[in-house]
Design a protein around this ligand. Structure first.
Ligand code: FCB
Length: 440
């Protein structure tokens, strides 16, 4: 249980601050028969990959129920909705799969909710591979098609979601699709996603876009002790999570030692990767405590971490945890943002929190309210400390298919009964609606 909440109202955020919620295509849409398969469809079909043996074939059936979900968004009073476009769906039926996003964007605009599409949220078309450089070029072609189609109504774009997690879980450790266990040989997948981002920025600019960002996962990394081996291991983990993607994007260079591990001569790619962006999206959930390797394989929140890794993730003691086992430390969000600001200074564009949320069961979700309340206040402290933060998106609107965890982890402000697909707003939905009203 999270400690009692502050009783004073959440202080006002700057005028024009963007309040929203986030989802992703594979996690909510369903209608698998109206898309080409993605690597996630192939992965979930393999026995033992997803904890509850489920797939995202139906998920929340958002594909058919999107008008009801847009009504939930407008009832919540958000300014914006971050969803993702499923690349394999856009290829379905000779490209007619893209019609769905046309309908969704129209529905959002009619409801006065700003559409904020993410162009890649892990559901790579089956048959493509991030280890191949060509995938970055294919991505840019697809982005041009989407921008051409939706660019008259979509003004704010996100290129890719959490390339760090997609590289680590999907290509290095194998707990996510495509299920590879390449450890450090996964780094080309990181480089090609970064290149894809840069090429996508160019494609969006060519289509007239003026508000483009990325959504990267970040979190403070705390050494397990002051012992040099722990401090060194934590610094290395920090490099992988907080700098491997941010440094090339914002500074045009890989952190020391990592550029050499990338495929080929990356100097000209870095110019593409560092194309200026208009906002920097941060997905924040929790800090990580890291120590020297312990010589054994560990299971950390369902992720199997082999003994060969040059670090080991440790428990953060004395803080509450969500039902996923993730530590709840709101002040780490303030720390993260002030660290990003001091690390990147004027190279850091305005920040948008593109995901923040927690998994808890139940409809009377007081724990989620306390989590969100704590994090929104922590965000406000970062604004007071001078970080230019322009928006905050809760993960997620609906309970959904939480990747390898299946349907057991519930992150939604709205409960979904996966038998009947009935939606029930939780206590946190009503609470957030009232917070947004007060902000206005
Ligand atoms: C993030 C993902 C998102 C969701 C949340 C809980 O890493 O971007 O799809 O799974 O975690």
């Amino acid at each position: 249980m999270i400690p009692p909440m502050a009783t004073n109202p959440i202080p006002p955020f700057p005028a024009g601050f963007l309040w929203g919620v986030s989802t992703s295509a594979h996690q909510i849409e369903g209608a698998a028969d109206e898309r080409l398969p993605s690597v996630w469809d192939t992965f979930t079909a393999e026995p033992g990959r997803v904890k509850d043996g489920s797939t995202a074939a139906v998920a929340c059936d958002h594909y058919h129920r999107y008008p009801e979900d847009v009504a939930l968004l407008s009832g919540l009073g958000v300014d914006a909705y971050r969803f993702s476009v499923s690349w394999p769906r856009t290829r379905f039926d000779e490209g007619r799969g893209l019609d769905f996003y046309d309908r969704l964007v129209d529905e959002l605009c009619a409801a006065g909710v700003r559409p904020v599409p993410t162009l890649f949220h892990w559901d790579l078309p089956d048959g493509l591979d991030w280890l191949e450089r060509d995938t970055a070029h294919r991505f840019a072609e697809y982005v041009s098609v989407v921008a051409e189609r939706l660019g008259d109504r979509v003004k704010k774009w996100i290129t890719i979601n959490e390339p760090a997690e997609h590289t680590l879980l999907g290509h290095a450790l194998g707990t996510h699709a495509p299920g590879r266990q390449l450890l450090f040989d996964a780094l080309p997948a990181a480089h090609h996603q970064l290149l894809a981002h840069g090429l996508a920025v160019r494609a969006l600019r060519a289509a007239g876009a003026t508000d483009i960002g990325v959504a990267n996962s970040h979190g403070p990394t705390w050494p397990a002790s002051e012992e040099p081996a722990d401090v060194e291991a934590a610094a290395f983990y920090d490099l992988l999570l907080n700098r491997l993607f941010a440094d090339p994007l914002l500074l045009g260079a890989y952190p020391e030692g990592l550029g050499e591990l990338m495929p080929g001569d990356v100097r000209s790619d870095l110019k593409v990767i560092a194309e200026p962006i208009d906002f920097y999206g941060v997905n924040y959930y929790a800090p990580t405590r890291v120590g020297a390797p312990q010589g054994t394989e560990i299971d950390f929140g369902g992720v199997r971490m082999p003994a060969e890794l040059p670090f080991s993730v440790r428990e953060i003691e004395g803080v509450p945890v969500t039902d996923f086992g993730w530590p709840v430390v709101p002040e780490a969000l303030t720390e993260l943002l002030t660290t990003l600001k001091s690390r990147y200074a004027d190279r850091l564009p305005p920040v948008v929190i593109t995901e923040n949320g927690c998994s808890y069961p139940g409809v009377d979700d007081q724990d989620r309210i306390a989590y969100l309340d704590g994090h929104i206040r922590a965000l406000h402290r970062a604004v007071e400390a001078g970080v230019d933060v322009r928006g905050y998106f809760v993960w997620s609107l609906l309970d959904n298919f939480e990747w390898a965890e299946g349907y057991e982890r519930r992150f939604g402000l709205v409960h979904v009964d996966f038998e009947t697909l009935e939606r029930t707003p939780k206590a946190s939905y009503t609470w957030l609606r009232d917070v947004l009203k007060a902000q206005r």
